[in-house]
Design a protein around this ligand. Structure first.
Ligand code: CP
Ligand code: NVA
Length: 300
């Protein structure tokens, strides 16, 4: 594993290795055991979009590993004025030891990895959010003690989260169902990958997708970059809300997860959100541990 660009690139063994190391680093942190695996190393963090969790968890995680996190707003970099990503990649490779990038186009992240010679970590693109899904899988495993054979249900927009959850879930042996409105299905590459799995279901009926689910996951209806479509999407996604009715279709002990930020009373009711707040904020915390594991694997 040289980079973390998308879930499609990871094997089941690589995912399991990351989750095991994440569990270990979490244990060490909670017990005050130092783990300076990246002493003297620098991570550059390029942000073309807003972030709370990704920025803070990478920054703090790098610090806890003994390294130095360097926040690089795209507005201040020459990349924001059109310097090609190919050149940025080759320049940054001369100074730092790894790059985390949050941007729009997946191709930009792939180009950084191709032209640079340091590890690149995808901190979210329109296509994929692998760091979040590693933290999600870590959280599910913490609560359920396994992943294999569980049913993961995703309800909502066929966005970066849907794409990454479908691939990640199927790779680790989960059944995956996704309920998306017509016209808002997951990416074709993901559906091509999923079509060979008997345990994958794509539907436009949320209650069907949620039936007997062990985990119900949702995300915003209008992702970053789609803000202008918000009103149109509120209409299109009516009926794709995680609420009591959906939860009644899932298993009685089903977990609920949300990558955050959440829009209460849109994709999830306040009631369901608050009933599952412990899981949701454990999920947010696990971003830190999962990403530290990724950085140690790639940069250690
Ligand atoms: N879930 C997530 O990636 O959050 P941020 O946008 O705050 O980084
Ligand atoms: N799908 C959301 C996830 C935010 C963490 C977005 O891309 O805005």
């Amino acid at each position: 594993m040289k980079h973390l660009l998308k879930m499609l690139d990871l094997s089941k063994e690589e995912i399991t290795d990351i989750l095991n190391l994440a569990d270990q680093l979490k244990y060490e942190l909670k017990h005050g055991i130092p783990h300076p695996h990246l002493r003297g190393k620098t991570l550059g963090m390029i942000f073309q979009k807003a972030s709370t969790r990704t920025r803070v968890s990478f920054e703090v995680g790098m610090y806890q590993l003994g390294g130095y996190p360097l926040f690089l707003s795209a507005n201040d970099l020459q990349i924001g004025r059109g310097e090609p990503v190919q050149d940025t990649a080759r320049v940054l490779s001369r100074y730092i030891d790894g790059i985390m990038i949050r941007t729009y186009d997946q191709a930009e992240v792939e180009a950084l990895a191709e032209y640079g010679n340091i590890p690149v970590i995808n901190g979210l693109t329109d296509f994929s959010h692998p760091c979040q899904v590693l933290a999600d899988l870590m959280t599910i495993r913490e609560y359920k003690n396994r992943l294999d054979g569980l049913k993961l249900c995703y309800i909502g927009d066929g966005n970066n989260m849907a794409n990454s959850l479908i691939v990640g879930g199927l790779k680790v042996g989960m059944s995956v169902s996704a309920a998306c409105p017509k016209g808002y299905e997951p990416h074709k590459t993901v559906l091509d990958f999923a079509k060979d799995f008997k345990c994958f279901e794509l539907t436009d009926k949320p209650l069907e997708a949620a039936k007997d689910a062990d985990v119900v996951i949702t995300d915003v209806w209008a992702s970053m970059g789609h803000e202008a479509e918000r009103e149109k999407r509120i209409i299109a996604f009516k009926g794709y809300q995680v609420n009591d009715e959906v939860m009644a279709a899932a298993k009685p002990d089903a977990m609920v997860m949300h990558c955050l930020p959440a829009h209460r009373e849109e994709e999830i009711t306040t009631k369901v959100f608050e009933e599952h707040a412990t899981e949701i904020f454990d999920e947010a915390e696990n971003r830190l541990h999962a990403q530290k594991a990724v950085m140690v694997k790639l940069m250690g």
